[in-house]
Design a protein around this ligand. Structure first.
Ligand code: ATP
Ligand code: MG
Length: 407
C-alpha cells in the first residue's frame, strides 16, 4: 500500500499556512489489510479509518458516482485498483486535489499548484455538480483566502449558478449546511462568503431573507452606504475585524432582516423593522437547526439593537426592561455579546468604521448599577416572595435613575 497526504494539508503547506488536521489517502489496500494494521473503521459502509495512534483520517482511494438526489445519493467504489489520480478527480477544487508522499513529492494531475499561484478556486471536473455542498465549500474557501487574493474561477461560478438554479441545494441537510455556514462566518472575511453565495444565486435559495436586503435603501444621514445588503456585509466584516465569536457574527448577519419587509412606499425609513424581522430570524434559525446560543442572540439583537444605539436616551424603566430581557443578572456574557453586536452594527457603516461607540460603556455601566443593588437590606426589612421581587425592581430602577443623571 502507498500512503499520501491529501487535501488541505498539502494546499496549506504550499501556501505557507499552518496545517492543523491532516487527511491521508491509501492506495492499493483493502479494508482487511487496514484492520489488520490496527486502523479503526469510521463508518459501516465508508472506506475511512482512524490511525490507531494519531487518530488522523485515512481514506482508501475511491471513486464516487451520483445515484440520486442529495448527499445520500452517492455510491462509492473503493478497491486496491483505484489509482491516486482517480481518487483526486472526485475532489472539489484543484487546490484541494493534490497529494504528497513522505518525500514531499507532489502529485498534481489537475494543476492545483498553477491555480494556487493564479489565486483561483477552480473545480476539478464537471462531477463538481454532483454534491451541492460544494457551493458552500467554495464560498467558504473564498472567505478564507480572500485576503491572499483568491477569487472563484468564472467557470466554477457558472457551475455553482447552475446548481443553485436546480433544486439540489434544497436537498442539503441542515446539519451539513450549518457546518459550512458557521465555519465560513468564523473566517477572516465572512462577508465574502455571503457575496459569493449571492453572486451564484445560492443566497436566494439558502437565505432569501438576507438576499432580499440588497437593493433596499436606508436613510443616507444614518447610513451613508445606503444599501441594506451592503450594510449587512460591512457589519459582518467589522465583526471579523474585531474577532467576535460565532454568536455575535450570526446575530450581525440577521439583525436587519425586517428591513426586507418594508413596503417600498415607506423607503428609506424602516418603521418597526426590529419586531417585523423576528419571524424571519426565527425561520432562518430553524432552517439550519442553529445552536441555541446563536438563535437566542440573533433574536435579541434583532429586537433590541436600536435600543442599544439609543442607550443614552432610554428612560430608566426602559433600560431596566432591556436588562431584564437579557436576563443580565444571571447571564452577563450574553449582554456583552449584545453590546458587541450593536457596536459592529454602528461600525458597519460607510466612513463610520472608526467612530467611537460610547453606548457600549454606558450600557455596561447601567448593568453594573442595577446589579449592585444589594438584596440583603431588603431581606432584613422583611420582604419575601413576589414582594421581594418588586422591591428589588424598585431599587434597581432608583439606581438606574441615579446612574442616568450622573452620566
Ligand atoms: P480545511 O482546512 O477546512 O479542513 P480541507 O480542504 O482539509 O480544508 P476537509 O473538509 O478536511 O477540507 O476535506 C479534506 C479534502 O477532502 C478536501 O481538501 C477535498 O479534497 C475533499 N473534500 C471534502 N469534502 C468534499 C466535498 N464535499 N466534495 C469534494 N471533495 C471534498
Ligand atoms: Mg481538512
Amino acid at each position: 500500500m502507498r500512503i499520501y497526504k491529501v487535501g488541505g494539508a498539502v494546499r496549506d503547506r504550499l501556501l505557507g499556512k499552518p496545517v492543523t488536521d491532516i487527511d491521508w489517502v491509501v492506495v492499493g489496500a483493502t479494508t482487511e489489510e487496514m484492520l489488520a494494521k490496527g486502523f479503526r473503521p469510521v463508518g459501516v459502509d465508508f472506506p475511512v479509518f482512524l490511525h490507531p495512534k494519531s487518530g488522523e483520517e485515512y481514506a482508501l482511494a475511491r471513486t464516487e458516482r451520483k445515484s440520486g438526489r442529495g448527499y445520500g445519493g452517492f455510491t462509492f467504489h473503493a478497491s486496491p485498483e483505484v489509482t491516486l489520480e482517480e481518487d483526486l478527480i472526485r475532489r472539489d477544487l484543484t487546490i484541494n486535489a493534490m497529494a504528497e508522499d513522505d518525500q514531499q513529492n507532489l502529485t498534481d494531475p489537475y494543476h492545483g499548484q498553477r491555480d494556487l499561484e493564479a489565486r483561483l478556486l477552480r473545480h476539478v471536473s464537471p462531477a463538481f455538480a454532483e454534491d451541492p455542498l460544494r457551493v458552500l465549500r467554495v464560498a467558504r474557501f473564498a472567505a478564507r483566502y480572500a485576503t491572499l487574493g483568491f477569487t472563484v474561477a468564472p467557470e466554477t461560478l457558472e457551475l455553482m449558478r447552475q446548481l443553485s438554479e436546480s433544486d439540489e441545494l434544497e436537498a442539503l441537510t441542515p446539519e451539513r449546511s450549518w457546518k459550512e455556514i458557521s465555519r465560513a462566518l468564523m473566517e477572516d472575511q465572512p462577508q465574502v462568503f455571503v457575496e459569493v453565495l449571492r453572486a451564484c444565486g445560492a443566497l436566494k435559495v439558502l437565505m432569501p431573507e438576507v438576499d432580499a436586503l440588497f437593493g433596499v435603501p436606508q436613510p443616507p444621514t444614518h447610513h451613508p452606504e445606503i444599501d441594506t445588503g451592503a450594510h449587512t456585509l460591512s457589519v459582518l466584516q467589522q465583526a471579523a475585524i474585531h474577532k467576535q465569536p460565532l454568536t455575535v457574527r450570526w446575530a450581525c448577519l440577521l439583525h436587519d432582516l425586517g428591513k426586507g419587509l418594508t413596503p417600498e412606499q415607506e423607503w428609506p425609513r424602516h418603521i418597526a423593522h426590529e419586531l417585523k424581522g423576528l419571524k424571519l430570524i426565527k425561520a432562518v434559525n430553524e432552517r439550519f437547526k442553529v445552536p441555541r446560543d446563536c438563535q437566542e442572540l440573533a433574536l435579541l439583537v434583532g429586537e433590541y439593537h436600536t435600543h442599544g444605539h439609543r442607550a443614552h436616551e432610554l428612560k430608566p424603566s426602559t433600560l431596566l426592561e432591556l436588562l431584564q430581557s437579557f436576563d443580565v443578572f444571571r447571564r452577563p456574557q450574553r449582554f456583552e455579546e449584545f453590546i458587541a453586536a450593536c457596536e459592529m452594527d454602528a461600525r458597519g457603516r460607510k466612513g463610520l468604521e472608526e467612530k467611537s461607540y460610547p453606548q457600549a460603556d454606558y450600557l455596561r455601566g447601567a448593568a453594573t448599577a442595577a446589579r449592585n443593588v444589594a438584596v440583603q437590606p431588603l431581606l432584613e426589612q422583611g420582604f419575601k416572595g413576589p414582594e421581594l421581587g418588586e422591591a428589588i425592581k424598585r431599587e434597581r430602577l432608583k439606581a438606574l435613575k441615579i446612574y442616568k443623571e450622573k452620566a
